[in-house]
Each structure stands twice: as C-alpha cells, then as structure tokens.
Design a protein around this ligand. Structure first.
Ligand code: FAD
Length: 318
C-alpha cells in the first residue's frame, strides 16, 4: 500500500514509522532484523531504508602515491527493503538520491523497485561527497530532488527516457520528499527553501518527512508556513533522541538544527552517559506526545541502530 493511503485510512490516529540504515559493507541482514524485531510490535505500516552513495578514499601505494578509490560503505538499500517486506509484511520505503546516479541509472533503479512491488520511495538530492564542498550532480544526472520527483512522475505516466518506448508500464510510486523546519543549510532563508519544497509537491510529491528537530515549535511553525504557502500534503515529523553529550555539538554541525536551551543545559549538567540518555529519551517522549496530541499524521523515528532507546520511547507514546 502507499504511505499516503495509510495516512488516509488512519482516521486521524498518529501512526509510527522507523528508519534504518544499511549495515556497513561486510555486515549482514541480522543487524537490520536486530533493530527492527523489538520495534515491529508497534505496528509501523512502513519502514524507511536510507541510501548511501559512494565515497572517495585515498589509499597509499608502495610507490608513495595515493590512489583515489570510490567505495560504497553501506550498499544494499533495495535488497534490505525487499527483505523487510518479506519478513514483516510491512511496506518498505527506499530512499533514492540524485547523487551518483545518471537519469538512466535512476530509471533502472525505479524499474527494479517496481518489479519488486515496492511502490513507495523517498526522493532526495543527497549531500556533497566528503571533501567536495558542494553537491555535484552526475553528468546526465539530476541536480535537485525536484528533477528526481519529475522523473518518477513521468514513469508513473508510463513515460521512459527512451522515446521509442510506447505504452511503457505505468509505475505507481507514492513519492515522499524531505522538508526542513529549520531550513536546508544551503538555502538563503526559510521562505526560499519553502518555495523549492512547494515545487517538489507541485511536481507530484505526495508527502513530506522532516529533518529531525528538538523544539516542536519549529515543526508547528513550519507546518503553518507550508499551509500558508499552499503545501497541503501530510508533513511527517522526523525524530531522533539525543543519547550522548557530544551530540550537543555534532547534531547541529551535521544536521543544521538547533538544540533548545533547556535541553542543552540539562544535558551539559549530566554526569554520566546513562543520565544523558535518560534526558534524551524523556525529551523525545515529551516531543512525541505533544506531536501526537496535535494530530501529526505519523511519528518517524531515526533509529540509527539503537532499537532499545527507540523502543522505550514508542512504549511510552503508542
Ligand atoms: P533538494 O530538495 O534538491 O534541495 C537541496 C537544496 O537546493 C536546498 O537548499 C533547496 O532549497 C535548494 N533548491 C532546491 N531546488 C532548487 C532549485 N530549483 N534552484 C535552486 N535551489 C534549489 N541523504 C542521503 O544521502 N541518503 C538518505 O537516505 C537521506 N535520507 C534523508 C531523509 C530525510 C527525511 C531527510 C530530511 C534528509 C535525508 N538525506 C539523505 C539528506 C538529504 O539528501 C540532504 O539534506 C540534501 O542536502 C538535500 O536533499 P533534498 O532532497 O532536500 O534536496
């Protein structure tokens, strides 16, 4: 079923969903199952699987020169999706990015998903590679998530890149896109960022999943601004509990979000890792309860492999 159908059938109830990342290359599906087994009793209708593009590493050769090698550290998104659907009977939502893909490769990836009966996808641009200052699209690839949304919509209409394909199968993808309550870091301001988000929705995106945030006021204001801008699709809040003291600086640095003062002060004062985790869990529970009471369509938890923490939160909220 499509993600948006789950929202429509929920009769105003807030659903729960989880996001997992593929294990590092050499790992096994057991890592994913170990994360999801304790969470499946909360009945997520869908589970997201992130996509990780190749990175460049430099290996020193005997000659003394360094060789630039491209490696994908976390491959397997599509296989993991199929495996999740098979094991749990829930829908899986693969993340699909522009980075590293030509349009042709995107088309082939979408064909794979369609043949596997995976008809939900989160369409993203992806980030710049480490050490590349800005995002660079593949030659013949998409520079923005908007262009990826357009390609998926075209396939939903039976239009493939090869104009000689007549009566191509119409895929039926439900398309999610990313939204940023505290604006995307490359955007000059939130208003401009919202215009681009609206363009993704106008092009055919069916729902939005937000970047993590720690202050619900940011989400509520964002939803308000989206509605005023004419963005009518469901907006799913993305949540991640803070579990380590260093995340007070690493999360703002990596995800460009603010830490509310009250949370930052409490965490700074905590004496042990356990105490930090408790504060983070309680904070996320309070956030979740408020979002649920306000009628958020779904709470989407970034598990980052830590199912015990996410389980504590889900137990308190659902
Ligand atoms: P876009 O919507 O293309 O926006 C990128 C930037 O360009 C924004 O600043 C936007 O305002 C601007 N912009 C958009 N359109 C235009 C235009 N036409 N002209 C000028 N500027 C424009 N990354 C991964 O690599 N793998 C994942 O699995 C993954 N999952 C994610 C899940 C969620 C819920 C979120 C919120 C993010 C995820 N990301 C993932 C990170 C994401 O790829 C980055 O945040 C990336 O920098 C932006 O992606 P986007 O789809 O929002 O890009």
């Amino acid at each position: 079923m499509k993600v948006t159908e789950y929202f429509a059938n929920a009769n105003g109830q807030t659903l729960v969903s989880f996001e997992v990342l593929p294990p590092l290359k050499g790992g096994s599906m057991k890592t994913i199952f170990d994360t999801l087994d304790p969470l499946i009793e909360f009945k997520p209708p869908f589970i997201d699987v992130t996509y990780h593009r190749e990175e460049f590493i430099y290996k020193k050769r005997d000659s003394g020169y360094y060789e630039k090698i491209a490696i994908r550290k976390r491959p397997g998104t599509v296989g993991i999706c199929a495996s999740i659907m098979h094991r749990y009977g829930v829908d899986a939502v693969p993340h699909l990015i522009c980075g590293g893909f030509t349009k042709e490769e995107t088309e082939n990836a979408l064909i794979d998903l369609n043949f596997l009966n995976i008809n939900n996808v989160l369409a993203l641009r992806g980030d710049a590679r480490p050490f590349e200052g800005k995002f660079i699209a593949e030659p013949g690839g998409h520079p923005y998530a908007l262009d990826l949304v357009r390609q998926i919509v075209e396939m939903n209409q039976g239009k493939y890149l090869d104009p000689n394909i007549e009566n191509g199968e119409k895929t039926d993808f439900c398309i999610g896109v990313a939204g940023y309550p505290e604006k995307h870091f490359e955007s000059a301001n939130l208003k401009l960022d919202l215009q681009y988000t609206k363009a993704k929705v106008d092009a055919g995106a069916d729902y939005i999943v937000t970047q993590m945030f720690f202050d619900n006021a940011r989400y509520f204001e964002y939803v308000d601004l989206c509605r005023k801008a004419g963005i009518e699709v469901p907006i799913v809040p993305g949540l991640k509990p803070l579990t380590r003291k260093y995340q007070l600086s690493s999360i703002p640095r990596l995800f460009f979000v603010n830490m509310p003062e009250e949370l930052a002060v409490e965490v700074s004062k905590a004496a042990t890792d356990e105490a930090v985790k408790e504060i983070g869990i309680e904070w996320c529970i309070a956030q979740s309860k408020e979002l649920k009471a306000a009628g958020a369509p779904c709470l989407h938890y970034y598990t980052m492999g830590d199912s015990a923490t996410i389980r504590r939160i889900a137990e308190a909220v659902f």
